[in-house]
Design a binder for this molecule. Structure first.
Ligand SMILES: Nc1ncnc2c1ncn2[C@@H]1O[C@H](COP(=O)(O)OP(=O)(O)OP(=O)(O)O)[C@@H](O)[C@H]1O
Ligand SMILES: [Mg+2]
Length: 226
């Protein structure tokens, strides 16, 4: 791995996976090899007797190299609940995630790790949360903000917590999830003033995951190591 990022967001269902896949394609277009990881996923279905998560499968599909599912998603829970309420016989273990991450780091130049839910979601009953996971992997963090009423508060809280944890916020992305949002541009401008990290892209509203459209909005040039 030359470079990695941890993708978090202001909430669950804000566009983290769409952003992660778009960034994978962005780096691939620059000629880099990329893998994506979703270390903890809740909301999985049994396929051929194994728990599989939609996000993790999409990351696996979009990787530059073929990687086994268990390296992408070591902790898969069937129920769509907070991970600490998932299968308690198999609690999230950060040591295991970091060991798997070390293996994944050997497979590609860019490693993108998607969080689960938002920044302070508990992962187990030992006190680990998404923030602790990002800290353990020591990755700069990218924050996804779903543009809807209330997002300024959520974005400020999340940004404050990221910086407060000692990690770097590499930047943030706006996903325009609400086609009726009023004062969208003004909200984005307000966030640019209040978030002391660069705006890396604005995904326009799109009913489908239009990665070709999204990738055109990305500007990460300041972060590319040459
Ligand atoms: N640019 C966009 N335009 C319209 N809708 C969007 C956009 N980005 C995201 N969404 C909506 O948000 C939903 C969730 O996106 P995504 O799966 O990427 O979120 P997530 O944060 O990864 O969710 P989870 O917490 O389940 O991992 C999409 O299915 C879509 O309905
Ligand atoms: Mg997701």
């Amino acid at each position: 791995m030359e470079q990695g990022f941890f993708i978090t967001g202001t909430d669950t269902n804000v566009g983290k996976t769409w952003v992660t896949v778009t960034l994978m394609r962005y780096f691939q277009a620059l000629g880099k090899t990329v893998v994506g990881m979703k270390p903890v996923a809740s909301g999985c279905e049994l396929i051929d007797g194994k728990l599989r998560n939609e996000d993790a499968l999409l990351l696996q599909e979009n990787a530059s190299v073929s990687v086994g599912y268990d390296l992408i998603n070591p902790f898969a829970y069937q129920q769509p609940v907070s991970p600490h309420l998932g299968d308690t016989s198999n609690p999230v273990d950060l040591n295991k995630i970091s060991a798997v991450f070390e293996v994944l780091k050997q497979t590609a130049e860019i490693v993108l790790v998607e969080g689960v839910g938002g920044w302070l979601v508990p992962l187990n009953h030992q006190g680990d949360d998404v923030q602790a996971l990002a800290g353990r992997l020591k990755l700069p963090v990218i924050m996804v903000v779903a543009m809807r009423l209330g997002c300024i508060n959520h974005a400020r809280l999340t940004y404050q917590a990221i910086v407060g944890s000692g990690l770097t916020c590499a930047g943030w992305l706006a996903t325009c999830v609400d086609p009726e949002m009023q004062k969208l541009d003004e909200n984005i401008q307000t966030l640019q003033l209040l978030i002391n990290a660069p705006l890396l892209g604005i995904f326009p509203y799109s009913k489908t995951a239009d990665f070709k459209l999204f990738v055109k909005t990305i500007d990460l040039m300041g972060y590319i190591k040459t």
